[in-house]
Design a binder for this molecule. Structure first.
Ligand code: IDP
Ligand code: MG
Length: 149
């Protein structure tokens, strides 16, 4: 069933000039990019997005990191998109992320992991609504590709 996932390339991806590479990996999986926005996050939006972690010791550092430079906010779509995206992204701690995953291949420190992906379809809808207006999302179908993936 078609599902949406909110994905955000964090400031490390911008500063390291690997935004294109990461998007390429997600495209090759066969998922559809349906919204993109380059944003400098306000403290408020960053805190809302990560509100579940408000009480954690790493929260101030996380907010300071994600507001330190632009991020690339995206919506991706496809069958089972959230679970597939989380697999491609890999474990939160790069030391536990398998090689071949984005965090496994590009990251060393948990606090500087370069990509966010929603952890459930419900959270995806919440996060998408925080970052995008409905008319900024453009669903599309590639009939040729859909036949082969
Ligand atoms: P997730 O990004 O894999 O969903 P969460 O537990 O939701 O992981 O944590 C959100 C983000 O907070 C992580 O991606 C990472 O940037 C940061 N974070 C989580 N745990 C730690 C930690 O123990 N130290 C530093 N930063 C952390
Ligand atoms: Mg999370």
């Amino acid at each position: 069933m078609n599902e949406r996932c909110f994905v955000m390339l964090k400031p490390g991806a911008m500063n390291r000039r690997i935004v294109g590479e990461i998007i390429g990996r997600l495209e090759r999986k066969g998922l559809n990019l349906t919204a993109v926005k380059l944003m400098k996050l306000s403290q408020e939006l960053a805190q809302q997005h990560y509100s579940e972690h408000r009480k954690k010791p790493f929260f101030p550092g996380l907010i300071s990191y994600v507001t330190s430079a632009p991020v690339l906010a995206m919506v991706w779509e496809g069958d089972n998109c959230v679970a597939l995206m989380r697999k491609l992204v890999g474990a939160t701690n790069p030391a536990e992320a398998s090689p071949g995953t984005i965090r496994g291949d590009y990251c060393i420190h948990t606090g500087l992991n370069i990509i966010h992906a929603s952890d459930s379809p419900k959270n995806a809808e919440r996060e998408i609504a925080l970052f995008f207006k409905p008319d900024e999302i453009i669903p599309w179908k590639d009939e040729h590709m859909n036949k082969w993936i």
